[in-house]
Design a protein around this ligand. Structure first.
Ligand code: 0A1
Ligand code: ZN
Length: 881
């Protein structure tokens, strides 16, 4: 484990390296406890340089066996080596020279899951961001692009399958039951994209013919016996490959494309060139074991990693500050892919919900950072919702500003101009400036400035002059180390909605630029006047969530109801209803805390029924509209002095009130939606299930709710319905015999399926109430739980800390105490996973004073632990600062 050196990396300190490594040869002789790695590097002085400064290579915990230069062993006085660095003091003065380095590593002891490790007896690697240096000494930075040839040797019985990046070149037998394979990747790549897999796995094979007629062999490797579960992932892969050709003009470039599913993985998946490695959770699925959400995630992540082949691999990042160059752009691409494969408006609503749930609290708390950060202590902690999700929103805004056709021209120019390079955000913005002739310097603040901008709007109408006026003001709140903010370019898509629900035309507009129904804010304040507006319209703003901002708009309840019923933009229609719900829930929270009876407007309760029954709306849309803001959503919107118990009470009261007001309607709809046909994971079928399961949630608040959920559980023919019913039972009826029976039944049925058991852990860990802490503690001793496996830790501990507001933030601090203990034991094995867990405490300052003090104590306890890793120290200290 790397302990903290306290070093801070700064963007402005970037310097090109003195040396390049055009060619890299690697030979692995695999053994669990002692793998030998021989690396043969062709090192070149950067052109123009006449000096030969020391060659300083990165390492991390390495054991050096030998070093040679140009075929001769190096005199020990000529180099210095530590586990973390190899310095060759005076390299040859020639333009090029060869360095041979042998290291020895122990994959079986690697619990951090970075570098070369073992998962279920399969050797696999994870090198992003700085894992390659745990394998061999190297210039482990993304601007060093090298052509790799890799030879893998292993015992044939232990590892019949030998994979690396690129194309297969040769394979054969060796003495004593060993064999070898050689792989060559012709595309120069950074070390973080290196990958190797060796083991005994089952293979699902297919092929894809690219637009220019080249045949690509596709392989997905999974645990033997699970091949059938990779069918959906394979289908998603082929659809992704076709889509990238059609929509972005990007063709695949190697003869093979392989995906390997492993069960121990720190993140979702990794885009290693030609050899993607996946958390098996994002590959394996069938109706019996996976929910509709799992299917959608698999489709999105398969696409995401595949799309990286162009945005990330062919064009990579100059340094880690540019992470959003590949991640924000690739998330944007996978969002667009899913929108095309499914329902665009439903997908957009889901994206915004995710952004608000994960990125907004980050941007509004102590861990806020710009989409392109300027400094970091531990790069692993910057794989954040800001870099990924807000990064994607920024690319979406570029498209909104330029229009689809010019955006595509810019992308084409980006691929043409930077293919084979390690690029920067400036390079990316420049292509769009070049194709559009626009100046994007103010827009670039979206990359440089942290914080969620707030836009306040007041509207007024003057019938006599037929003028409709918007007073608009923007502000960006201060964030850590950025107290003063500059004015941003905010593109707001809008419509003026007339009494018939149609957008009304206006004669002219002054006070801001309007292009294609987008209002461009460039100044702190705008007075925007629309003329020729006879009747007062309802203003629909930030349609499609055109800018990732918060909007405070003075709007009558009447207008909000009107927009929730009639806005022609599906996102804004959803938003209008969601705002009504949120405002209601915030006042319910305040009433509940004040011990007052909670009352709701009958208009709202009725509108819920109208939306549920509106056949002109997609099922999935209705399901999303009827899903009440989560307790965390309510806490975020209420902003301060948070008492999770009162929030829960208010939310439960609204659930029950909506259910009571619509009991007959919901019951009828619920029954009408029961499925008759065979299972299909497509979006429309998933939408029906989603709506029916939301209705179940409501109906379970009524008398006999537990019995209804128990029947739903017993009759379920797929995991989506089964998990939904189990959630209702465990969350709302935990003390009933029905809940106990369902939990035990589920456990008995899926005991040996780790990924399904994760759902069982998740459902219990998110059950609200004071009793959950003890239940979760007890579950850590369950045979299916393992602290060493990131998926298990995330489903039990991560879910408890992020989705269980009342349990985790229990007023007596018991939730935090358990959490601190667990985070510190996870950290001993896997600092990266521990650091990510610890971000669950980032919003501690918004709690009411008593909980706030306990949460702070918890953070301080972690910060005082001995030998804290760089990963965890970085998170905890920034959270406390
Ligand atoms: N580049 C990957 C994410 C990723 C990052 C770090 C990892 O190390 C443990 C693994 C994966 C992606 O965007 O999918
Ligand atoms: Zn990515």
């Amino acid at each position: 484990m790397r302990t903290d050196t306290g070093q801070v990396f700064r963007l402005e300190d970037y310097r090109p390296s003195d040396y390049l490594i055009p060619l890299t040869g690697l030979t692995f002789r695999l053994s669990p406890d002692g793998t030998s790695v021989v690396s043969e590097l062709t090192v070149e002085r950067r052109s123009g340089s006449t000096e030969n400064p020391p060659l300083v290579l990165d390492g991390d915990g390495l054991v050096l066996k030998r070093v040679e230069i140009d075929g001769t062993s190096l005199d020990p006085a000529a180099y210095e080596s530590t586990p973390d660095r190899l310095t060759i003091k005076t390299p040859p003065a020639t333009q090029q020279f060869r360095v041979l380095i042998e290291t020895e590593i122990a994959p079986s002891k690697n619990q951090a899951l970075m570098g070369l490790y073992r998962s279920n007896n399969v050797y696999c690697t994870q090198c992003e961001a700085e894992g390659f240096r745990r394998i061999t000494y190297f210039l482990d930075r993304p601007d060093i692009l090298s052509v790799y040839t890799v030879r893998i040797e292993a015992r044939r019985d232990e590892a019949p399958l030998l994979l690396a990046n690129g194309n297969p070149v040769e394979r054969g037998d060796l003495a004593d039951g060993w064999h070898y394979a050689i792989w060559h990747d012709p595309f120069p790549k950074p070390s973080y994209l290196f990958a190797l897999v060796a083991g005994d796995l089952g293979r699902v094979a297919d092929s894809f013919v690219t637009v220019s007629g080249r045949e690509v062999e596709l392989g997905i490797y999974v645990e033997h016996g699970k091949e059938r579960l990779a069918a959906y992932a394979m289908d998603a892969l082929k659809r992704s490959m076709r889509w990238d050709e059609e929509v972005f003009g990007r063709e695949y470039d190697l003869d093979v494309f392989n995906i390997v599913a492993v069960s121990d993985f720190n993140m979702g998946a990794m885009e290693n060139k030609g050899l993607n490695i996946f958390n098996d959770k994002y590959v394996l699925a069938d109706e019996e074991t996976a929910t509709d959400t799992d299917f959608a995630n698999i489709e999105a992540i398969i696409a995401h990693e595949y799309f990286h082949n162009w945005t990330g691999n062919r064009i990579t990042c100059r340094d880690w500050f540019q992470l959003c160059l590949k991640e924000g752009l690739t998330v944007f691409r996978d969002h667009e892919f899913s929108a095309d494969q499914r329902s665009r408006s439903v997908k957009r609503i889901a994206e915004v919900r995710t952004l608000r749930a994960h990125q907004f609290p980050e941007d509004q708390g102590p861990l806020a950072h710009p989409v392109r950060p300027r400094r970091y202590r531990e790069i692993n902690n910057f794989y954040t919702a800001t870099v990924y999700e807000k990064g994607s929103e920024v690319v979406r805004m570029i498209r909104t500003i330029l229009g689809k056709a010019t955006f595509r021209k810019g992308m084409d120019l980006y691929f043409e101009r930077h293919d084979g390079e390690a690029a920067t955000i400036e390079d990316f913005l420049k292509v769009f400036e070049d194709v559009s002739g626009r100046d994007l310097s103010q827009f670039a603040l979206w990359y440089h400035q942290a914080g969620t901008p707030n836009v306040t709007v007041a509207a007024s109408h003057d019938a006599s002059s037929q003028q409709f006026t918007l007073e608009i003001e923007q502000s960006v709140p201060p964030t850590p180390s950025e107290s003063r903010k500059r004015v941003m370019h905010i593109p707001l898509a809008f419509g003026l909605v007339g009494p018939d629900g149609k957008d009304i035309a206006y004669d002219s507009v002054e006070g801001a630029t309007v292009e294609d129904d987008v209002l461009h804010l460039h100044k702190r304040r705008h007075t925007v006047r629309f003329s020729g507006v006879k009747e007062r319209p309802a203003i629909s703003l930030n349609r499609g969530f055109s800018a990732p901002i918060t909007l405070s708009i003075e709007q009558s309840a009447q207008d909000q109801y009107f927009l929730a019923r009639h806005d022609s933009d599906a996102f804004s229609r959803w938003q209008a209803f969601n705002t009504l719900l949120t405002e209601t829930l915030i006042s319910a929270f305040r009433q509940s805390r004040g011990g007052k009876p909670i009352e709701f407007s009958t208009d709202l309760l009725e509108l819920a029924g109208t939306i549920a029954a509106d056949e002109t709306l997609e099922h999935a849309f209705r399901a999303l509209a009827l899903t009440l803001p989560s307790e965390a959503d309510i806490a975020r919107e209420a902003a301060s002095n948070i008492d999770p118990d009162a929030i829960l009470a208010g939310r439960e009261a609204l659930m029950a009130a909506i259910a009571q007001a619509n009991a007959d309607l919901f019951t009828k709809l619920y029954h009408d939606l029961s499925s008759d046909g065979a299972f299909s994971p497509d979006a429309a079928s998933a939408g029906r299930r989603a709506l029916r399961n939301v209705l179940l949630d409501y109906l379970s608040t009524l008398p006999n709710g537990a019995a209804l959920a128990a029947t739903h559980f017993a009759e379920a023919t797929n995991m989506t319905d089964r998990a939904a019913a189990l959630t209702v039972l465990a969350h709302r009826h935990i003390d009933t015999p029905e809940a106990k029976e369902a939990l035990t039944g589920f456990e008995a049925r899926y005991r040996s399926d780790a990924l399904v058991m994760d759902k069982w852990f998740q459902i219990q860990a998110s059950a609200p109430g004071a009793g959950t802490v003890d239940r979760v503690k007890k579950l850590t001793t369950h045979p299916a739980f393992a602290l060493a496996n990131p998926n298990r830790v995330r489903s039990l501990i991560g879910t408890f800390a992020t989705l269980n507001q009342t349990g985790f933030h229990r007023a007596d601090g018991a939730g935090y105490e358990f959490f601190v203990e667990t985070v510190l034991s996870v950290e001993k094995r896997n600092p990266q996973v521990a650091a990510r867990l610890a971000t669950a405490l980032r919003s501690w300052r918004s709690l009411e004073p008593r909980r706030q003090a306990k949460a702070r104590e918890a953070l301080v306890t972690i910060s005082r632990a001995e030998n804290l890793s760089a990963d965890l120290r970085d998170i905890v200290e920034r959270t406390l600062a």
